[in-house]
Design a protein around this ligand. Structure first.
Ligand code: F6R
Length: 335
């Protein structure tokens, strides 16, 4: 499995441009399909995704995409230790793009000790050297966060097979993403345009349902690519606390960016309308972004591709290198 030859590994903008191609770069081999089938036939009581940062997002997306079809619980753990309930009848899908993230390796050790069956996804490092494991080997060289579509094209079909669900045609989704990004400027402002309204504020990405992980991903991309402060929150929960938090004089530095979907529960749609109006009456500026697509996955990925590009534009405005994450590297070294 190799990366598209046009990918430039020293350029985040180029990696983000290749988002649709990276989504369709992986084909699961027949051995892995057989293992998933065996696990499914043996019985599975839950699926636990483990990973940190850019490597954890694919698990959150998969959970959001499949939770309305899955009859068993799925959980995402971003920590050293797994909950006690993750045991023998569970499947743990461990993702670390570098293969060296200590929290993920520790949680993986936990999974081994508890007897959970495991599938590892990595491009190298310590994880790829683990013996007696089922390992999906990814091509290396990307930044983990830019590898989201690549990782998702392994995590999603594996989970679908474990759940005995029809697998999503990622090639079709990939073509949809190419088309939807060709139409930026029509269904949505160009990233370079929208950034003019965002660059002097602290973005607060607000999502609901399947767009909650998209809001979280956008916050992380603004942090890591643009080196800017950003936050995320979710509805309906934010209506029960955050909405009271804009009374002080600093409130106007925050820019709520409402991620909207035609698929939301009608009461959630109404909550977005009312929340926007309440915030504007308090003197806050808001932005609404309407997701494009006919399914949860199309909406999630087209919006993610767009917001990833926004984060790269903001990096340029901030005069920072969107590729490097010096503070994360420093922290990992010092630990
Ligand atoms: C860097 C990035 C980080 C890493 C995280 C875990 O591009 O996205 O959030 O993903 O530090 O490292 P990995 O993914 O190698 O397990």
């Amino acid at each position: 499995m190799t990366l598209p030859s046009t990918i430039k590994l020293d350029n985040m903008r180029n990696m983000v441009t290749h988002f649709p191609q990276l989504l369709s770069s992986i084909e699961l081999d027949s051995n892995l399909t057989k293992i998933c089938k065996e696990y499914e036939e043996e019985g599975i009581v839950g699926i636990c995704f483990i990973g940190m940062g850019g490597s954890s997002i694919a698990g959150s997306y998969t959970k959001a995409i499949l939770q309305s079809s899955s009859e068993i619980p799925m959980m995402v753990v971003k920590d050293y230790v797994l909950p006690k309930c993750v045991g023998r009848n569970w499947i743990v899908i461990a993702v670390s793009y570098s293969g060296n993230t200590e929290e993920t390796l520790s949680a993986l050790d936990n999974a081994t000790a508890s007897g959970a069956r495991r599938i590892l996804i990595t491009s190298g490092g310590e994880m790829s050297e683990r013996k007696n494991e089922t390992i999906i080997q990814l091509p290396g060289g990307l930044q983990p966060r830019a590898a989201l579509p690549l990782i998702l094209s392994a995590v999603l079909p594996v989970t679908e097979k474990l759940l005995n669900l029809v697998t999503t045609d990622l090639q079709t989704i990939s073509s949809f993403l190419v088309k939807s990004s060709d139409e930026w400027g029509k269904w949505i402002e160009l990233p370079i345009e929208i950034i003019k309204s965002i660059s002097n504020s602290i973005p607060l990405f607000m999502g609901a349902e399947h767009l909650i992980p998209v809001a979280y991903r956008a916050k992380c991309q603004i942090n890591e690519n643009s080196k800017s402060v950003a936050f995320y929150s979710e509805l309906p929960e934010a209506n029960h606390n955050e909405i009271e938090g804009f009374a002080n004089k600093y409130r106007t530095s925050v820019l709520p960016i409402l991620l909207r979907s035609t698929q939301y529960h009608p009461r959630i749609a109404k909550r977005f309308d009312v929340t926007k109006s309440v915030y504007e009456n308090m003197g806050l500026r808001t932005i609404e972004i309407f997701a494009k697509g006919d399914s949860a996955i199309q909406e999630m990925l087209s919006l993610t591709h767009y917001l990833d590009s926004v984060s790269v534009e903001l990096a340029d405005i901030n005069g920072t290198d969107s590729l490097m994450v010096e503070k994360i590297s420093e922290l990992k070294k010092r630990l």
